[in-house]
Design a protein around this ligand. Structure first.
Ligand SMILES: Nc1ncnc2c1ncn2[C@@H]1O[C@H](COP(=O)(O)OP(=O)(O)O)[C@@H](O)[C@H]1O
Ligand SMILES: [Mg+2]
Length: 226
């Protein structure tokens, strides 16, 4: 048994009911991810990339197949274990930053700490450290409406990492950014993720995918290594 095996997807299937009939989106997706792995998933629009990340992030459930985290099936997790998994072990960055407009940059980064003890000197230090690495320490008391799209997305990355997850999921994190700003965001993700973390990034950008060690393409409901 591989101790570094963090995440294992086994034969995941997922479809949706539409008025015009059922659409099978994932038709048996399998994948293994170790600590420190950096994996890109590309694929045409509508191929099911977000569907797949939503299953891993427990935002939705597969119709069939299983997701194992450190060799334990998520379907066997108690509600407490599932909450712990979602709050501490994994984190998701989306295409849009979803920052709370009424909270400052620093308060946004601290949000995921609220359900697990909230603001302490240590979490504030960590949030400030992340914002410093993102080049945004001087903007920590600014509101999202006072910041650019790229800056907000960098804050969203800091927020995703505040609880030190073991797996960072990113769904087209650069999709709404211009080329230069997208490269800055990818550099930041590189800088803030280390060997103790796995990164699974869905991207349209072949340039972004090329920076990752492993690349898969999702087509016709199946994941194929590239
Ligand atoms: N909640 C949903 N209800 C019905 N159909 C959905 C839902 N989410 C996604 N789909 C459909 O599943 C397919 C894959 O969508 P998605 O996972 O968003 O693809 P991608 O992220 O690769 O663009 C699309 O045909 C989409 O319309
Ligand atoms: Mg998508």
């Amino acid at each position: 048994m591989d101790n570094d095996l963090l995440l294992e997807l086994v034969n995941l299937s997922k479809g949706y009911e539409h008025p015009a009939g059922r659409v099978e989106v994932l038709k048996g997706v399998s994948l293994q991810l170790n600590s420190g792995d950096r994996v890109a998933i590309t694929g045409p629009s509508g191929s099911g990339k977000s569907t797949l990340l939503n299953l891993i992030g427990c935002l939705d459930r597969p119709d069939a197949g299983e997701i194992f985290y450190r060799q334990n099936s998520l379907s066997d997790f108690s509600q407490t274990a599932l909450d712990e998994f979602r709050l501490r072990r994994i984190s998701i960055v989306f295409q849009t930053h979803h920052l709370l407009p009424q909270c400052t940059a620093l308060e946004n980064v601290l949000l995921p700490t609220l359900p697990i003890g909230g603001e302490t000197a240590a979490t504030v230090d960590r949030a400030e450290e992340l914002l410093t690495m993102a080049g945004l320490h001087e903007r920590r008391n600014h509101f999202p409406g006072e910041l650019s799209g790229g800056e907000c997305q960098r804050i969203a990355v800091c927020r995703a990492l505040i609880n030190s997850p073991e797996l960072l999921l990113a769904d087209e994190p650069t999709g709404a950014l211009d080329h230069h700003t997208a490269l800055e965001l990818l550099d930041l993700i590189d800088q803030l993720t280390d060997n103790s973390m796995a990164l699974l990034m869905v991207t349209h950008s072949l340039e972004a995918a090329a920076r990752m060690k492993c690349r898969f393409e999702l087509t016709e409901g199946l994941l194929r290594e590239k």
